[in-house]
Design a protein around this ligand. Structure first.
Ligand code: ATP
Ligand code: MG
Length: 158
């Protein structure tokens, strides 16, 4: 599908903002002009849903989630940053492994399977993008992903 990623992302954020049950502030840093990309919208919706669900799940009341979208050369960069419990440094890269969950006791009470980010990584890789996380334990987590933005190379749109 060929979509304006700014609008697409904003709609997903709105859906979560309307249905959230926690007092978590949503902060948008989105471009004011469209960014057209070719993506599988169902799959990328699933990726973003999982990242936002995690950010909400692992955030306390009174926290915030920052949504940042930038266009750098031939890629878009998305950052979803929470002020939640964070992840110990040595575990950050493992959260993309199948069934990996940081703290088993904590994970049991939180629900879920530990597959969300593993599936997200597969989908982003299939689109030719990258996904990673940065976190400070006790402070919060940022999840980043990129997607190629080849719209201008496509002759039809010149
Ligand atoms: P599922 O997504 O399958 O319902 P899940 O949320 O536990 O279950 P993932 O989304 O793959 O699984 O996340 C893996 C683990 O990474 C989580 O169990 C959690 O320990 C940690 N994690 C992910 N996102 C965050 C976050 N924003 N803050 C803190 N920990 C996180
Ligand atoms: Mg999850």
């Amino acid at each position: 599908d060929f979509v304006d990623f700014v609008k697409f992302f904003d709609r997903i954020i709105n859906r979560f903002e309307m249905s959230k049950s926690k007092e978590v502030e949503f902060i948008r840093e989105l471009p004011t002009t469209p960014i057209y990309v070719e993506i599988d919208t169902d799959k990328i919706t699933q990726v973003i849903d999982n990242i936002i669900s995690n950010a909400l799940k692992y955030s306390p009341d009174g926290g915030s989630i920052r949504f940042k979208l930038t266009n750098i050369d031939d890629e878009i960069l998305v950052e979803i940053k929470d002020t939640g419990m964070g992840i110990p440094k040595e575990n950050v890269d493992r959260i993309f492994d199948r069934f990996y969950r940081v703290d088993k006791a904590r994970a049991r009470s939180m629900g879920g399977t530990g597959l969300g980010l593993a599936i997200s990584r597969e989908m982003i890789n299939a689109h030719g993008g990258r996904i990673w996380a940065e976190s400070v334990e006790g402070k919060g987590t940022s999840v980043f992903f990129t997607l190629p933005n080849n719209a201008e190379e496509d002759g039809e749109w010149e």
